[in-house]
Design a protein around this ligand. Structure first.
Ligand code: ADP
Length: 745
């Protein structure tokens, strides 16, 4: 979001962090005002003159208040002391609210954010949205991108050299053929010289040998190229996949699954074929262009000049085509990306679509996206098909000029140009053909280059992305006992919008803790921090006294088990899903874990028992069954810390009761942290951590907190009220559906 919309008259943007115009002051008087924020104060300008100035810490909190028809920014100290800083029409509300958030974050966390990322960032060059990329793939430096791309050929340099060498040799032999042809025509065919049949046969034999060598070179080239291509593609895909799994949750969540799938498969494949086909060809084509030019000029520089007349024009066209085609293909890629995102979204949310009955709306959305993609592709093709014949025609003119003037020389009608034999003309015309082949290829290059450069930018963006949750060089593999501590933790998914504020609490090993609070209070966020899916903004989280940023992620996560509300089952058998975190577990261990999790009974009733395949997302199993598999998985994993994030929230009371037994077994002797919507399930926890709007409100046992009558008490009371209402409603409904029999007269 642009928070530097306008500086006051006579002043410069550079003086301020943020500068927003406002148009109301005092009693809704229209003014030409600017609110400017520096690192230390807020300045209120009216008509370019400073009207008020406030040190940033003059107020504890800044906020925007919406009134009737207008809004105002206020500074507050507690509930009573509030001051209007400036007022504006409602269209500026979001921008001012953003500035308030940033200043508030500065006041609480001491970090002054200089940029707002609420709006989707745009490319400064082309102005198009960055779509989660850090650099616009359409505007990234092509030279840098391609040099990185060719750098990936290094491990396959010998094979690549063989492929290039074979193609170069084949090109050289191709250059020799017209020369032999010329001797054949001039020395044997034209004079009808039959006396030296041995020489004739030798030349024909040489042509045949060249053909055989060429076939062999072609085979060797194909073999080496395929080797490079397949391995390079596999490396690229593997590297992109590895890096994707290595990225932090915050960067993953900015990208869609569809986009990541595209980068791992489509983009990597495109680069694979581009590098081996076009990369190798580029070297060979340029080489053959130079060789043929040298031969042509040494044969007859005047005719050679005629042949190269169209080249500068073709080069100009190539340059122009590149820019135009790049723009058109840029659009095609954008629409194809939008199309695949939509497709992915629809397929992922197919249950919601069906249950909401929005199939038609989705079909229409898909039709529009698909049509846009098709239309943009058609336009790009039309432009290409218009340009290509013109450029090709220009090349044909060169061919025509050589043939025309060459024939005149053959007939001796062009004294100044000299004469030519038929063999020489045939040889020259063959070389002209050889000169134009790389040029024609060069004209196709813009299309391929534009395509590959976008794919390369996308792939390298992932490969080079800075992973913000990383293992430090001095991190350790810790044998976790299970003491966890939050020390003055501040954390926000957006740095200026803290979700957890100054949270400090201790979780002792071997005990069970419940985290409770309203929805959005930051419960799952605390869990995310323990799992180090994100790093704290300020403060620290320690395990056994060691900052978790100093514990290797592998060692941390291998000792923390998680059962979530929705269990994801991988495509495979029940056995594979249970052993997911411990692939070397024996079958006996699996059965034992399944028995403890109360899963064994239903698994043995499945058609193939433990070998039953569970489909995508385990559609064939019920929610309760999936949860039991997740518990068995966690038991087998044998973690020191167990996290239950709404593990039984989506289950009915009976299933919950059954699963609870499994969970109790799982939690025995381990540090357990549970989040549960139904507070009754946490009443036997050793301690409860109560969050309120991101702050730690209270801690204690259920009984202590109930006596305290604070936030937890209010939550429990509210829930009891809802439960009672729910219990009464069905009774009323059943009374309504079964009316009392009419009294007999
Ligand atoms: P709870 O578990 O208490 O319901 P969460 O910890 O999930 O709450 O979320 C706390 C706040 O953080 C909510 O306002 C939520 O919208 C926000 N939030 C959660 N996850 C993300 C995310 N990945 N990106 C941005 N905001 C998030």
């Amino acid at each position: 979001m642009n928070l530097l919309l306008s500086a006051p008259k006579g002043h410069d943007f550079a003086e301020y962090l943020f500068a927003l115009p406002f148009n109301l002051y005092g009693k809704a008087k229209k003014v030409d005002g600017n609110l400017c924020v520096t690192e230390s104060e807020i300045l209120v300008y009216i008509d370019g003159e400073i009207k008020d100035r406030y040190p940033l810490d003059a107020y504890e909190e800044y906020a925007c208040e919406q009134l009737v028809g207008c809004s105002m920014m206020v500074g507050r100290n507690g509930d009573r002391d509030a001051k209007c800083i400036c007022a504006f029409t409602n269209d500026s509300f979001v921008a001012f609210a953003e500035v308030c958030k940033i200043i508030n974050h500065y006041l609480t966390a001491g970090i002054l954010v200089h940029e707002s990322d609420i709006d989707e960032p745009k490319c400064p060059k082309c102005g198009l949205p960055l779509d989660g990329y850090t650099e616009c793939p359409y505007c990234a430096s092509k030279i840098k991108t391609f040099s990185k791309l060719f750098g990936r050929l290094k491990p396959y340099a010998p094979q690549f050299a063989v492929a290039v060498g074979c193609t170069v040799l084949a090109e050289i032999l191709n250059v020799v053929s017209p020369y032999i042809n010329r001797i054949l025509i001039d020395d044997y065919v034209r004079p009808q010289n039959t006396s030296h049949w041995l020489g004739f046969a030798a030349l024909c034999g040489a042509m045949f040998v060249i053909l055989i060598i060429n076939t062999f070179l072609d085979w060797a080239n194909m073999k080496a190229s395929r080797y490079v291509s397949l391995n390079l593609g596999q490396d690229l895909r593997q590297d992109v996949f590895n890096k994707t799994l290595d990225l932090s949750m915050s960067s993953i969540s900015k990208k869609t699954a569809g986009d990541l799938i595209n980068r791992v498969s489509n983009d990597a494949n495109k680069l694979q074929s581009f590098l081996t086909d076009y990369g190798k060809d580029a070297i060979v084509r340029v080489f053959s262009l130079l060789v043929v030019l040298v031969i042509m000029f040494s044969m007859n520089y005047k005719l050679a000049l005629l042949a190269v007349v169209p080249i500068p024009f073709v080069l100009i066209i190539v340059k122009k085509v590149y820019n135009t085609i790049h723009m058109y293909y840029g659009r095609v890629w954008r629409f194809s990306n939008a199309h695949s995102k939509l497709l992915h979204d629809a397929l992922n949310g197919i249950r919601v679509i069906k249950t909401c009955g929005t199939e038609e709306a989705e079909i229409e959305k898909y039709r529009v996206a698909s049509e846009k993609w098709a239309k943009s592709a058609t336009k790009a093709e039309i432009v290409w098909n218009l340009i290509w014949p013109v450029a090709d025609f220009m090349l044909t003119i060169g061919n025509y000029l050589v043939l025309y003037f060459g024939s005149l020389m053959l007939l001796g009608r062009l004294g100044a140009f000299g004469t030519l034999t038929l063999g020489e003309l045939t040889q020259f015309v063959s070389y002209v053909g050889m000169l134009y082949t790389p040029l024609r290829w060069l004209m196709q290059l813009p299309r391929q280059l534009a395509d590959a450069s976008v794919s390369a930018s996308k792939v390298f963006e992932i490969l080079e992305e800075h992973t913000d949750v990383r293992d430090d060089a001095d991190c350790v593999d810790l044998d976790i006992k299970g003491d966890i501590e939050f020390n003055n933790v501040y954390f926000g998914y957006n740095i200026y919008n803290p979700v957890l504020k100054d949270v400090s609490c201790k979780i002792e090993k071997g005990k069970m803790y419940g985290i409770v609070g309203h929805s959005g209070a930051g419960k799952s966020t605390m869990i995310n921090l323990i799992l180090r899916l994100y790093d704290v903004t300020q403060g620290s989280v320690t395990i056994d006294g060691v900052d978790i940023r100093k514990i290797s992620q592998k060692s941390l996560r291998s000792q923390v088990g998680v059962v979530l509300q929705e269990t994801y089952l991988f495509e495979g058998t029940v056995l594979e899903n249970i052993t997911y975190a411990k692939p070397d577990a024996t079958f006996e261990e699996v059965v034992e874990a399944a028995k403890i999790a109360h899963a064994h009974e239903f698994v043995t009733k499945l058609p193939d028992g433990y070998n039953t395949r569970v489909g995508n997302k385990g559609h064939t199993l019920s929610g309760g069954e999936r949860q039991r598999i997740a518990i068995a998985r966690a038991i087998l994993h044998d973690p020191k810390i167990i996290i239950l994030d709404e593990a039984t929230a989506s289950l009915d009371t009976e299933t919950e009761r059954q699963i609870q037994e499994g969970l109790n077994e799982l939690c025995k002797g381990r540090t357990t942290i549970a989040i549960a919507h139904r507070l009754s399930t946490l009443s036997n926890a050793d301690s409860l951590i109560v969050l309120d709007k991101g702050r730690l409100a209270e801690t204690g046992t259920h009984d202590q907190l109930m006596r305290q009558k604070g936030v937890y008490y209010a939550l429990v009371m509210a829930q009891r009220k809802t439960t009672k209402m729910k219990a009464v409603q069905p009774q009323q409904q059943s009374a309504a559906s079964h009316p009392a029999p009419a009294p007999a007269n």
